[in-house]
Design a protein around this ligand. Structure first.
Ligand code: BES
Ligand code: ZN
Ligand code: ZN
Length: 488
């Protein structure tokens, strides 16, 4: 489906050339000559500015892709996805050659660029309308046209690796899109856990699903409390990837909020756009995606993925505000607001990790608070950690992948409002800085772990974008986590 070639040939009907202004300047004559167009005319029509597209026919269809000065690799990729998406019905039937220019041959960026272009090209063929009866598009990753990269043969070996990685990441991201986009009547906690099991079987990592009875026996009463109003049982999934290795591998645990639908429970949400709350398991979907990607890329890390999952429903059996519940880790929690359910199930997840896994690093991802969206909008996840090294590494990975994080404080002040007169802690803090008090709540269940980071991903996992008319999934977290784990 994706191959490497030395030159554009008669096989190709579409040529895509990404160019910075400098590349354009240096190659103007060659470009004009090879497509038999006038140099001055080309120069006046196309400046290679950021996001500029210029298409023309010269035996083949030629698409010049403007990159602007010093483009970041993830920006090039994102632009490629937009471009391919906007023409995907045509491109699905095309034989496309990406011609990579001089600027890509410096500092090993060539392979990152190939990976980013290829995977984003494939992402453009993601099909949101899988449940439509008359799905005329029927597009998916297999229909992405025939794609080649035109590069020097001496780069083939590394380019092949880059393409392999691109395919894996694009497939994983597409799976994560589905997990998040599918509604809760299709993807409930049980189906979600089955999907994780299938992936583990297919790609050779361990997946154990604890069902309601075992969850009861273990005493994960916070997960059970959130689940109390539902007719669908909760699941608690533990994934483990452990490659064979002589060396001692770093042990990392990822934890994801897996609320398949959040009505708010008895503290019910406004019904305006409540359907967005099918995205409340996006943190867990990213964790599931990361496990699959790490296993398929065979990264040298001993990785755990923990997913407590349930919906948060209203019914006569639902847990009521004022309930006091004993957590897995032993602390009692006064539930003041049943809509602050994410921190409850995560508390049991953190308790499980601290007691049974004892990893070197814990990272949790959760669509936890609207307050985080107030603080950072849709541009970055809120990152809470006291560990400088972990903060720096996650920040770097965010900058590199475009899945940005921005650090917010875990100061003592934010925890003060969680004091309960009746229990060890209550689940609702002050009406201001809600993302920080939520993080302080979680911190209580980490057993003072020295390398824990909480990522509040409420604003970044499910957004308005050009790929749909309604909000849809971004697979935020997959690339961030993979980059972090590659650079441990
Ligand atoms: N799932 C929501 C947070 C959320 C909001 C995710 C918007 C994605 C988009 C979470 O469970 C929630 O309801 N949080 C409350 C907390 C409050 C009750 C302390 C919130 O943010 O309003
Ligand atoms: Zn909620
Ligand atoms: Zn929620």
């Amino acid at each position: 489906m994706i191959d490497l070639q030395e030159r554009v040939n008669s096989d190709h009907d579409t040529v895509i050339i990404p160019l910075t202004p400098k590349d354009l300047e240096m190659n103007l004559r060659a470009l004009a000559n090879s497509f038999s167009v006038n140099e001055d005319f080309l120069q006046s029509e196309f400046k290679a500015e950021k996001k500029e597209i210029h298409s023309f026919f010269a035996k083949k269809k030629v698409i010049l892709m403007g990159l602007g000065e010093n483009p970041k690799i993830h920006e090039i990729g994102k632009f490629c996805r937009s471009l391919a998406f906007s023409q995907r019905n045509k491109l699905a039937k095309s034989k496309i050659a990406f011609v990579l220019n001089d600027s890509f041959f410096e500092e090993n960026v060539l392979f990152d660029a190939i990976e980013s272009l290829a995977s984003n090209f494939l992402l453009a063929f993601y099909e949101l309308g899988k449940l439509k009866t008359e799905n005329t598009d029927k597009l998916n990753i297999e229909f992405a046209g025939k794609l080649s990269f035109v590069i020097d043969t001496k780069f083939y070996k590394n380019a092949e690796k880059a393409i392999e990685k691109a395919k894996i990441l694009a497939e994983v991201q597409q799976k994560v899109f589905d997990l998040v986009n599918l509604p809760a009547n299709v993807l409930d906690s049980v189906v979600f856990s089955e999907k994780m099991q299938e992936s583990g079987m297919k790609y050779g990592y361990e997946v154990r699903v604890f069902h309601k009875e075992e969850i009861e026996k273990m005493g994960m009463n916070l997960l059970l409390a959130v689940n109390q109003g539902s007719h669908i049982p909760p699941t608690f999934t533990v994934m483990e990837y452990k490659p064979k290795s002589e060396k001692k591998l770093p042990k990392v645990a990822l934890l994801g909020k897996g609320v398949t639908f959040d009505t708010g429970g008895v503290s019910i949400k406004d019904s305006n756009n409540m359907y967005f709350m099918k995205c409340d398991m996006a943190g867990a979907a990213a964790v599931a995606g990361a496990l699959e990607a790490v296993a398929r890329l065979k990264l040298p890390v001993h990785l755990f993925g923990i997913v407590p999952s349930t919906d948060n429903m209203v019914s006569s059996k639902a847990v009521v505000p004022s309930a006091i519940v004993k957590s897995y880790s032993g602390l009692s929690v006064e539930i003041i607001d049943t809509d602050a359910e994410g921190r409850l199930i995560l508390a049991d997840g953190l308790g499980y990790i601290a007691k049974n896994i004892e990893p070197d690093v814990i990272i949790d991802l959760a669509t936890l608070t609207g307050s985080c969206i107030m603080a950072l909008g849709y541009a970055a996840a809120g990152m809470f950690t006291e560990n400088e090294e972990l903060a720096q590494k996650l920040y770097n990975s965010g900058q590199k992948t475009g899945e940005k994080v921005w650090r917010l404080p875990l100061w003592e002040e934010y925890g003060a409002s969680l004091k309960s007169d009746m229990a060890d802690i209550k689940n609702l803090g002050a009406p201001v800085a809600g993302a920080a008090s939520a993080a302080k709540f979680l911190e209580k269940f980490t057993q003072k772990h020295s390398a824990w980071a909480h990522l509040d991903v409420a604003g970044v996992t499910f957004t308005d974008n050009e790929f749909g008319s309604q909000r849809n999934a971004t697979a935020y977290g997959v690339r961030l986590l993979i980059d972090y784990l590659e650079n441990l």
